[in-house]
Write a protein that binds this ligand. Structure first.
Ligand code: AMP
Length: 194
């Protein structure tokens, strides 16, 4: 089964993807993780996207579609793929559809994590504080200034995907404000319903 986890920054997509990897042998494809990895390893592309990411803006469709194409062409995810943080624009969504078609695969479901904005801001600012307290490095874009831009990018560029996938009959929404365990259970329920 191939699924997309859709929701604003801080909605819990990464956490829930982690559970699905463990419990269902799925492969998580997080473009955010891939881009951070490119930065750490100092590739040309990594250097190019650094400032854009830190500010909280989206990197170009071309770059992220290229990253996803590479993974899909290389991989055989036994339990299927979880797209986490991708697609984030309508052009990315169209490209994903075409890529999956080319590879003889399909998208089974888009799971939207519904949350509210006040909670997001608290979660992300909290995530930065926790990481700092534990001596871990804090994501450069986990600060209030970048967060506002990330939220705006979500509403302007990514939230139209909710209507797009609804119209395609792929959308399932779960309450992302419930406890982590309850959200995991809701996701399991919708996945097991098809
Ligand atoms: P994330 O870890 O998903 O919150 O992504 C961190 C940052 O990476 C985002 O704020 C963007 O700058 C960039 N990014 C990740 N995924 C995408 C994407 N699908 N399209 C454009 N930019 C992305």
């Amino acid at each position: 089964m191939n699924i997309i986890l859709l929701g604003p920054p801080g909605a819990g997509k990464g956490t829930q993807a982690g559970f699905l990897v463990e419990n269902r042998d799925m492969m998580q494809l997080s473009t955010g993780d891939m881009l951070r990895e490119a930065r750490t390893s100092g590739t040309e592309m990594g250097k190019k996207v650094a400032a854009v990411m830190d500010a909280g803006n989206l990197v170009t469709d071309e770059i992220v579609i290229g990253l996803i194409r590479e993974k899909l062409e290389a991989g055989d995810a036994k339990g299927g793929y979880i797209f986490d943080g991708f697609p984030r624009t309508l052009a990315q969504a169209d490209a994903l559809g075409e890529l999956l078609d080319e590879l003889g695969q399909s998208l089974d479901m888009v799971i939207e994590l519904e949350v509210n904005d006040d909670v997001l801001v608290d979660r992300i600012v909290g995530r930065a504080k926790e990481a700092a307290a534990a001596g871990q490095s804090v994501r450069a874009d986990d600060n209030e200034e970048s967060l506002k831009i990330r939220l705006m990018a979500y509403y302007k560029q990514t939230s139209p995907l909710i209507g797009y996938y609804y119209a395609k009959g792929h959308l399932k929404s779960v309450d992302g404000l419930a406890s982590i365990e309850d959200v995991a259970q809701s996701i399991a329920q919708v996945m097991d319903s098809i």
